[in-house]
Design a protein around this ligand. Structure first.
Ligand code: PEP
Ligand code: MG
Length: 576
């Protein structure tokens, strides 16, 4: 029996998993080395790699179609067509014959030539195709090296990878992926947020790739970060029991379904859901969500090769609004950038992507694209109740400019004689320290605030939300964050506007009493977390911790704040 090994990781998505490891090695053409091969054999290998790649793309197309729809799936159809391009085939075969190199090298060499050719063209459409060629050649190389796609897992497994992009996470098959372990990332990375929506346990373990290999068995806990490699039978039994306890707890939380989210001493708070796509609505419909507090619309711009049209956006937005039957749907306008990449935008390689060209900054430069999205929201809003909010606002000029684009969108719709809703409240996200400092003035400019604690934490503490090396600083319990939230809530109250929390901190059980005490109007979280949070709210009596809540402002450190919040939860929680 292989030696058992225990490692402490960072929990980022709750839950337990036991199973074999699947190493998700992302091959890039940089890893291809030159080698000689036997010509006929290499030609054969190349042929087989093409067939396998076409098979992969067919499956990906089907999966994407089921999960996200026709337009998102199109990218895989386009790749399949490009893969069948005779010109490229002939050149790769010619390279193998001429230089007697291995098929991997021939694919890389010819692929590089095609990429350079497309990149050098004047037409932006053809320039963008260079990225497709890179994708296709990487797929061919991966298949030549015999590496499977994680969606082809033959048995349910735990995915291990250096990192995972949000678009890769979107494609994971919940039935086959038992858990995720990556070297990079953090609790509020978008991959972690998606894993939470999909209910997949996830931990981050720096340096794990050196300790683990394909098909090893592991047990992992997304609740406390434990990872056990080659677990003995007693550990496997322990984890199976934990899974059982977890599902019993979930049954208990279900008992609050349909009930109000009100504390024992009468604090009422609205519980809403965060979504990233139309597909997430299935879970929302099964939950008790009183609306959508955050629709991360940027996910509509990922895993595809062309921008969503006005018509397509109207259709998707209308469907979501209709499904909510009069409950509010809050559209956060495109917030691409940071860890959310999309091939559709020309975002240069940046030293600090989270401080760079992202969110509202990009939208204010790509005004037409921004306006198209706003027009689609205004038109879809006729189907029910929609709100619009701008992300990443750092200065009041940005907010004024964003509102100006909104007025232009309304004006154009009037000129085009397209009907739209005139009752769309306009709000902004509070996720930069500057917006906290200026909250009193911002509150006069908008109809609601939504606090994005994921970014607010990284910007306030100057600690990258994706970097585990500085993860020790990244905590919403830092007094600076909780003070900021209180200040923003007070600014909202004095202007009589609504304030909600839509970052991950909103769902933290230990902070619920504090949110109620600060006067937060609503919490927006993954639909799967709503019942648990509501169950705790309904079993809390905030009046029991009045004295302790007054001490929050005195806490000097993250550690002391954490202890105080645990103490508050202990005092307010009334066991049923
Ligand atoms: C946030 O920053 O808290 C937020 C909700 O936005 P996102 O996580 O998408 O950056
Ligand atoms: Mg954010």
């Amino acid at each position: 029996m292989d030696k058992m090994m225990r490692i402490e990781g960072k929990p980022v998505s709750e839950g337990y998993a036991v199973g074999p490891v699947y190493m998700m090695k992302k091959v890039t053409d940089r890893q291809v080395i030159h080698a000689y091969g036997e010509v006929e054999q290499e030609l054969n290998r190349f042929q087989q790699a093409i067939e396998k790649s076409i098979e992969d793309l067919n499956q990906l197309y089907k999966r994407m179609l089921e999960k996200h729809g026709e337009s998102e799936a199109k990218i895989f159809e386009a790749h399949r067509e490009m893969l069948s391009d005779i010109e490229m085939h002939n050149q790769i075969e010619e390279e193998i014959r001429k230089t007697k190199c291995c098929a991997e090298w021939a694919v890389k060499t010819v692929g590089d030539q095609f990429v350079a050719l497309f990149e050098g063209m004047d037409n932006p459409y053809f320039q963008e195709r260079a990225l497709d060629i890179k994708d296709i050649t990487n797929r061919l190389i991966k298949n030549l090296m015999g590496q499977e796609d994680e969606h082809n897992l033959s048995v349910p497994s735990i995915i291990v990878a250096k990192d995972l992009t949000p678009s890769e996470t979107c494609l994971l098959d919940k039935n086959k992926v038992l858990g995720i372990i990556t070297e990079k990332g953090g609790q509020t990375s978008h991959s972690a947020i998606i894993a939470r929506m999909l209910n997949i346990p996830y931990i981050v373990v720096p340096g794990i790739l050196g300790d683990i290999d394909m098909d090893m068995d592991v047990a992992m806990s997304g609740s406390d970060g434990r990872l056990i490699i080659n677990p003995k039978d007693d550990i496997i039994d322990e984890f199976k029991k934990l899974m059982q306890v977890q599902s019993q707890e979930q049954e208990r939380y279900k008992t609050v379904k349909g009930l109000e989210s009100i504390s024992l001493d009468g604090h009422l708070i609205s519980m809403k859901a965060n979504i990233g796509s139309l597909e997430d609505m299935n879970q929302v419909m099964m939950s008790d969500a009183q609306g959508i507090g955050l629709f991360r619309t940027e996910f509509m711009y990922m895993n595809r090769k062309d921008l969503p049209t006005f018509e397509e956006q109207v259709k998707t937005y209308s469907e979501i609004i209709e499904k909510m039957e009069g409950k509010p749907v809050t559209f956060r306008t495109l917030d691409i950038g940071g860890d959310k990449k999309s091939d559709l935008f020309n975002i240069p390689e940046e030293m600090n992507p989270f401080l760079g060209f992202r969110g509202i900054r990009l939208c204010l430069e790509e005004r037409d694209l921004f306006k198209t999205q706003l027009k689609a929201i205004l038109v879809a809003a006729l189907k029910g109740y929609a709100k619009v909010m701008f992300p990443m606002i750092a200065s009041i000029q940005e907010l004024w400019q964003a509102k100006e684009v909104l007025y232009e969108a309304q004006k154009e719709l009037r000129m085009e004689a397209i009907e739209y809703s005139k009752k769309v409240p306009v709000g902004m996200m509070i996720e930069t320290p500057s917006s906290v400092m200026m909250a009193d003035l911002f509150a006069k400019e908008v109809e609601f605030f939504s606090i994005g604690t994921n970014d607010l934490t990284q910007y306030t503490l100057a600690t990258d939300r994706m970097n585990p090396k500085v993860g020790y600083l990244y905590s919403g319990y830092d007094p600076s964050i909780l003070r900021s939230i209180k200040k923003v809530a007070a600014a909202a109250k004095s202007e009589n506007i609504d304030v909600s929390i839509c970052g991950e901190l909103g769902a933290d059980i230990n902070l619920l009493a504090y949110w109620l005490d600060c006067g937060i109007d609503s919490l927006s979280m993954s639909a799967s977390s709503i019942e648990k949070a509501k169950w705790y709210i309904r079993h809390s009596d905030i009046s029991k911790a009045k004295g302790l809540l007054e001490k929050v402002d005195e806490m000097p450190s993250e550690k002391q704040m954490h202890e105080l919040m645990q103490e508050i939860t202990k005092n307010t929680f009334q066991s049923p």
